[in-house]
Design a protein around this ligand. Structure first.
Ligand SMILES: *Cc1c(COP(=O)(O)O)cnc(C)c1O
Length: 215
């Protein structure tokens, strides 16, 4: 099933858009099944699970941390993680810089923007974004390559679309000045709307691996 799901999703995604297969809560065997179908980029949202999967799976996998990241756990993933999607504070970025320096890496990250109506979702507003972008030269072991956002979980496609359009407009406004090239938006329920509105990277879990029992 996983391989069929993957090829169906791939058929809906242009080559210019990167597919992150979100394997959180799913066993190693499921990740291997997707791997054997050619998938090499996987996303996880819990540090411990990410580290365990990294250790037991092939080393040519590119691991992305897509969830909320606590500062005290950054050190476990900076040795290997390819991209951290959810950076939503300067303090977190400072810790990533410090830990990446220790392992002599420049850690690529995305800044997470608050675009959804729900107040529970994490993310920066535009002023906080600019404040961080303007201090980046103080953090040479972090490279901000783009923005990430999550739309409201809603059946109202117009609303989801407006939220993605807002994120895209921020991306366009700042991309040349700050050399941003990645816009991570779109999940199982809304990746087609996200792509239509300029996403360059989608994070798709349940449409590939099936429903999860917990988040
Ligand atoms: C779980 C998760 C996804 C994938 O969600 P699906 O609806 O299963 O595709 C994408 N992004 C983030 C940040 C997630 O936590």
């Amino acid at each position: 099933m996983i391989q069929e799901n993957l090829s169906e999703i791939r058929s809906k995604i242009p080559d210019s858009v990167t597919l992150v297969a979100v394997s959180k809560t799913k066993p190693i065997e499921d990740v291997m099944e997707a791997y054997e179908a050619g998938q090499r980029i996987f996303g996880e949202n819990k540090v411990q699970e990410l580290v365990e999967k990294y250790e037991s799976l092939p080393k040519d996998i590119e691991w992305h941390m897509i969830g909320h990241l606590q500062r005290n756990k950054v050190k476990y993933i900076t040795p290997f993680v390819k991209l951290i999607h959810g950076v939503d504070s300067l303090r977190l970025l400072q810790e990533i810089d410090k830990q990446a320096a220790k392992v002599d890496r420049v850690q690529e990250v995305l800044l997470q923007m608050h675009i959804a109506e729900e107040s529970t979702k994490f993310g920066l507003d535009e002023n906080e974004l600019i404040e961080i972008l303007d201090q980046l030269n103080e953090y040479p072991h972090v490279k901000v390559i783009g923005l990430m956002g999550m739309a409201t979980f809603s059946n109202d496609e117009g609303k989801v679309e407006r939220e993605f359009q807002y994120l895209k407009s921020l991306f366009d406004k700042y991309k040349s000045e700050y050399q941003l090239n990645t816009l991570s938006m779109g999940m199982s329920g809304d990746f087609e709307i996200a792509i239509k509105n300029g996403s360059t990277m989608v994070r798709v879990g349940s449409s590939i691996f099936g429903k999860r029992n917990y988040n």
